[in-house]
Design a protein around this ligand. Structure first.
Ligand code: DOR
Ligand code: ZN
Length: 477
């Protein structure tokens, strides 16, 4: 026993999961940080104890891709309901996308979102800002205002944020590169899919599979390859969002092999759903990029296991039941909730021996933290790290029911699916956000922005003498 120190909370009896191993140990927490990990008898005295016997203790998941719709679309979600859903899913940090109303593309809109999130969040968060032609003059002010990174829409999706031209993208990458901030890409090339959608619509196609026909894998593959070239040229760090096809893996792996600072995520929908599901699920399954043919699933799994894909995120994109059940596929809003069901679904696959629990914590916590410079404050169960814990029953059979989810969006393709794991308690910086499957009201407003944590090496800026700023600067002499 450590003499003199009284912990706030000691979690006993659980099995701790790290990216390398699993072991039984106690965890002591004080002032929001992990104070000690070790033999139960060696734990300090505590004001509160939690018996986690029979449960697994994971680092809380970091979901780097959610849409919480606040401000702008309260019928879909807000920061309170979205972060409550995160807490129920064992997620302790989320990165929120900027396609709200207004979009986050200047200091004012960013400050407004910080105020909303700071008042309502049950879990920690980072806020993205738009990287586009409109926000080009605002990049410095946005970084000053506190962003986790930038989001660049190479293709149109919900919110219709205009896609920058390749020329504008290059200039934007040049500006962001020296800041070290990571640029996350919606990598779908607009001109290809708009052209195809127009043709399909002119033919009178309105069925769910027309959505997939408008956005074949080449739409994403061409965008990944192009973004990687711009990243390689400028040294800007990039992240490929929602990898949906086997074809994207080659440009991703090749760029990594060339030393490009490129990371990638996939989402449960690309691992667990396929084009065979459109007939039954209709518009509910409509998402950008689309759920694709079954043959994409195994290569994407393999890429996660071998590290080509770095992490799992959700693209949690809530919409109302009415918005998801329209007859004409082109009028159905794209996306569905996922922040709450990712961990149960992925751990169900772990139980089916598709990967190990250690693999899972690497994808859900360690890698996201490392790629955005949050590690080891976040994403690790280590002494001195933030006490962000997901305490999970990995042996609990249950069926996902949209009516019972925390998200305001009570419609998802996950409805009716069986899972064998369930987060029981979620702790954010030492405070219970969810305990015994019950939301802890006092945790509303506890969530904090993580943008100021910066554990990143200096960025490797390239071709600085050839940037737009350099070549248009007034000549000396
Ligand atoms: O399906 C999608 N929905 N894909 C996106 O990229 C955006 C998202 C949304 O905001 O609804
Ligand atoms: Zn998204």
């Amino acid at each position: 026993m450590t003499i003199g120190i009284i912990a706030d909370l000691v979690v006993t009896g659980g099995t701790i999961v790290t990216p390398d191993t699993e072991y039984k140990a106690g965890i002591a927490i004080k002032d929001g940080k992990i104070l000690a990990i070790g033999d139960q008898d060696a734990m300090p005295e505590a004001k509160e104890t939690l018996d986690a016997t029979g449960l697994h203790v994971l680092p809380g998941a970091i979901d780097v891709h959610v849409h919480f719709r606040d401000p702008g679309y309260p019928q879909k979600e807000d920061f309170a309901s979205g972060t409550a859903a995160a807490a129920f899913g064992g997620v302790t940090t989320v990165f929120d996308m900027p396609n709200t109303l207004p979009a986050i593309s200047d200091a004012k809109s960013l400050a407004e979102k910080h105020a909303i999130a700071g008042a309502k969040a049950h879990v920690d968060y980072g806020l993205y800002a738009v990287l586009g032609e409109d926000s080009l003059p605002n990049i410095g002010a946005l970084i000053e205002g506190g962003v986790i990174g930038f989001k660049c829409y190479m293709g149109n999706t919900f919110g219709r944020i205009p896609s920058p031209t390749t020329g504008a993208m290059l200039e934007l990458f040049e500006i962001v590169a020296p800041t070290g901030k990571r640029i996350s890409l919606h990598a779908e090339t607009n001109s290809i899919m708009e052209r195809r959608e127009a043709r399909l619509r002119a033919m009178g196609r309105t069925d769910p599979l027309a959505h997939l026909a408008a956005r074949p894998a080449v739409v994403a593959t061409e965008a990944v390859a192009r973004a990687a070239i711009l990243s390689e040229w400028t040294g800007a760090r990039i992240h490929i969002l929602h990898i949906s096809s086997a074809a994207e893996l080659r440009p991703l792996a090749e760029a990594k092999a060339r030393g490009v600072d490129i990371t990638g995520e996939t989402c449960p929908q690309y691992l667990l759903l396929s084009s065979d599901d459109y007939e039954e699920k209709c518009g509910v399954i409509r998402v950008n990029p689309p759920v694709r043919e079954t043959e994409n699933q195994d290569p994407i799994w393999q890429a996660l296991v071998d590290g080509t894909i770095d992490m799992i995120a959700t693209d949690h994109a809530p919409h109302s039941i009415e918005e998801k059940t329209r007859e004409d596929i082109w009028t159905v809003d794209c996306g569905f909730p996922g922040v709450e069901t990712q961990m149960p679904l992925m751990l169900t696959e772990v139980a089916r021996r598709k990967a190990s629990l250690s693999d899972y914590v690497r994808w859900s916590a360690e890698k996201p933290a490392k790629c955005w410079g949050l590690y080891p404050t976040k994403g690790a169960l280590m002494v001195g790290s933030d006490a962000d814990l997901a305490i999970v029953d990995t042996n609990r059979e249950w069926t996902i029911d949209d009516a019972n989810i925390q998200s305001t969006a009570k419609i998802s393709p996950w409805h009716g699916m069986k899972a064998t794991a369930l987060p029981i308690h979620t702790i954010v910086r030492g405070c219970f956000a969810m305990k015994d499957r019950t939301l802890q009201d006092n945790a509303k407003g506890w969530g904090r922005s993580v943008h100021a944590i910066q554990e990143m090496p200096t960025p490797d800026v390239r071709n600085a003498d050839q940037t737009m700023a350099a070549v248009t600067a007034p000549r000396k002499g």
